[in-house]
Design a protein around this ligand. Structure first.
Ligand code: DP6
Length: 396
């Protein structure tokens, strides 16, 4: 039996992918740029075994068996990697042997955090390792067919997904803009917001946007091409000010498109909007753009901030969004910050202005994940396997 185990990171888009020109091949209407997050705090982990005695392709997701052969996206990923294996003459594992796949996320899927991107990237990367084929742009085009944003999780650092122009999608691939070492002090705080409302899934939301939004084509044709160039330059120059402004504007425009969809898709809630106001007030008080927000198809905020500014930003968050769980590790998860919650951090005097501290109720944030820029997927040793003799290890 051949078995391989790998992990793949989450990525958060700065310039959002929203809208497809081809639903089946998952070809987007515009380029997007993301940052890959460190896998220590958040990642998907996948084990794949292949053996001649396996009767069917099977998959277990977070311990539960899921239908595999009826799932077009999963099958397209499996077939796509096998096709590349044939083209590469890679015969490490016979291609007619069935596969058993177990996959888990080390972060709550319920938090609505980019789990499909890490999951499909991990599936495709692990299959590539199993069959012994290289990790390259062609492979990102396979991951894209699992979930669009997954193609960006095959690389670390900052990554651009080029929409491409060809009908077969062969030029719709992800490329690394810079590696994580280029901007190693780039950190992120994910503010997980309590929310019970049911959201329109991304796939449906963007489908409806393409058919009903009058603004989306302007975004794809005019705004995004300019923004991707400007953001790439800001990243290359490590210009946080421009980086922050472009990121916040693009998040706002994505949600404007969601609202321009008919019927509208409402992803942010009152707490999300309150975080937006907070970030602008904070930047104003500190006299420069030190924090940048972005929101995906849900209410949680991702705040980009340089490492040296994390303690002050966290102290300001606690002032504006007081939480009884502070300073526990259940509240601040991931990278720990010394003295968090001890009020030692000096805050600019303007931060205590009444305007800044608009009346908010306590405990509106569930928890915060503190993480940073990270590498692409990697293979783990055999003792990390999620499968034993082809069946999932229930205790993991
Ligand atoms: C708002 O990649 O989940 O996170 O391709 O239909 O699977 P499908 O959609 P998905 O959409 C992600 C949308 C987004 C923006 C982004 O990550 O660029």
């Amino acid at each position: 039996m051949h078995t391989v185990t790998c992990i793949a990171p989450v990525n958060i888009a700065l310039i959002k992918y929203w809208g497809k020109r081809n639903e089946e091949l998952i070809l987007p209407i515009n380029d997007s740029i993301s940052m890959t997050l460190n896998a220590n705090e958040m990642c998907a982990k996948t084990t794949i075994s292949s053996w001649e005695t396996f009767k069917a392709n099977r998959m277990w997701l977070n311990g539960e068996e899921v239908t595999f052969e009826e799932n077009a996206r999963l099958m397209r990923c499996l077939d796509g990697v096998r096709r590349l294996a044939v083209a590469n003459g890679a015969l490490k594992v016979p291609l007619n042997w069935k596969v058993h796949i177990a996959s888990r996320n080390n972060f709550p899927t319920a938090a609505g955090l980019a789990s499909s991107a890490a999951g499909y990237a991990c599936l495709v990367y692990t299959l590539a390792r199993l069959y012994g084929i290289p990790i390259n742009e062609e492979l990102t085009a396979v991951a894209r067919q699992g979930s669009g944003s997954a193609c960006r999780s095959l690389y670390g650092g900052f990554v651009r997904w080029h929409s491409g122009v060809l009908d077969d999608g062969s030029d719709s691939v992800a490329k690394q803009v810079v590696s994580p070492d280029h901007w190693p002090n780039m950190h992120i705080l994910i503010l997980v917001v309590n929310d019970a409302r049911k959201k329109t899934p991304s796939t449906k939301g963007m489908q409806r946007a393409v058919t009903t939004s009058a603004l989306i084509q302007h975004r794809a044709k005019v705004v995004v091409p300019r923004r991707t160039e400007e953001l790439t330059e800001a990243i290359q120059l490590r210009d946080f000010n421009s980086f922050a402004e472009i990121t916040m504007k693009d998040s706002n425009q994505f949600h404007a498109i969601a609202l321009d969809t008919y019927p509208p898709c409402v992803y942010m809630n009152d707490v999300s909007h309150s975080i937006v106001n907070f970030v602008h007030a904070y930047n104003e008080a500190v006299g420069s753009l030190q924090a940048a927000y972005t929101f995906d198809a849900g209410p949680n905020a991702c705040l980009y901030v340089l490492e040296e500014n994390v303690p002050q930003l966290l102290a300001a968050i606690q002032l504006a969004f007081p939480n009884d769980l502070v300073p526990s590790v259940e509240y601040l998860r991931g990278i720990q910050v010394p003295n968090f919650g001890s009020q030692n951090e000096k805050l600019p005097s303007k931060l205590s202005d009444a305007d800044f501290l608009e009346k908010r109720s306590k405990n509106v944030l569930k928890y915060i994940i503190h993480t940073k820029i990270g590498n692409g997927p990697s293979q783990l040793s055999d003792d990390n396997s999620l499968l034993v003799d082809g069946l999932p290890v229930s205790s993991l």
